[in-house]
Design a protein around this ligand. Structure first.
Ligand code: IPD
Ligand code: CA
Ligand code: CA
Length: 264
């Protein structure tokens, strides 16, 4: 078992505490599904409570580290020499809203534009995916590695499908989807990008791709994939996926085959 650094311990503490809040609120959301009032406001407040809880714990131990978080401090512009927390307090909001038990908390630490620590916590399954640069990737206390499948035709691939309001991207997305569905063994859309990446790291999925994600969706997960021996890259050349959100991840055997499917 890897020895956790104080940084990862604090990130874990924050994720667990926020996870407890989300679990309680999720049970309520399940009850509210059929109510006329709807559950939108309730989910927004669960999201904000989770974020507040995480920030409070991180700031108490490390007041000097800048916070980037989806709900209240979402400016991701580059400023080279800072340390930053990058937080998604609830990834998979739509699942949460619909009572689907698949969502997570994602917290990463970036130092000089590089992610060096990350946790993705699924409170429903009590699975903490975490990694530190150079130390490897883990689920709870167990070391994880990406899968070893070496042909796309045997691969299970996950993705995020664009929705209304993103019409510009629908045509290209559908072409790529067609390319990949024709050559893989199956495709999944579970609705929480941080967990999609964590599942690639754990060898559950062989690959993942999505467009237009935000830094907080992928910061922690991308490190977890790399530390599990996998590859994370840009769909388009000369971009940085952490900022454009156009990302793919897979084991190293599948990189070339998958990369070709993005050429349309
Ligand atoms: C979303 C999820 C989803 C992805 C969306 C994200 P949110 O994050 O990660 O899987 O397809 O693009 O915005 O809004 O639930 O935190
Ligand atoms: Ca998210
Ligand atoms: Ca979110």
């Amino acid at each position: 078992m890897a020895l956790k650094t104080p940084i990862i311990n604090i990130m874990t503490k924050a994720a667990y505490k926020a996870g407890n809040i989300l679990i309680k609120d999720f049970r309520e959301v399940e009850n509210l599904q059929v109510s006329k009032k709807g559950v939108g406001d309730f989910v927004t407040s669960a999201d904000l409570n989770s974020e507040k809880t995480i920030i409070k714990i991180l700031e108490k131990s490390y007041p000097q580290i800048k916070i980037i978080s989806e709900e209240t401090n979402s400016d991701t512009s580059l400023d080279e020499h800072e340390k930053k927390w990058i937080i998604d307090p609830l990834d998979g909001t739509l699942n949460f809203l619909h009572g689907l038990p698949h969502f997570a908390i994602s917290i990463a630490l970036m130092v000089k534009n590089e992610i060096i620590s990350g946790v993705v916590y699924d409170p429903i399954k009590d699975e903490l995916f975490w990694a530190e640069k150079g130390v490897g990737a883990y689920i709870n206390d167990k070391r994880i590695r990406v899968s070893s499948r070496n042909q796309l035709k045997n691969a299970l691939v996950s993705t995020g499908i664009p929705w209304k309001g993103m019409e510009n991207s629908h045509k290209n997305y559908l072409k790529i989807l067609e390319n990949i569905m024709k050559s893989s063994s199956g495709i999944r859309r579970y609705g929480a990008a941080a967990l999609d990446l964590a599942y690639v790291a754990a060898g559950r999925y062989d690959a993942f791709w999505e467009f237009n994600l935000k830094t907080w969706d992928i910061a922690a997960g991308s490190l977890i994939v790399k530390e599990a021996g996998g590859y994370v890259g840009n769909i388009y050349k000369n971009e940085n996926f952490l900022y454009t959100g156009n990302i793919y991840a897979c084991n190293n055997n599948l990189v070339d085959e998958l990369k070709n499917k993005f050429i349309i």
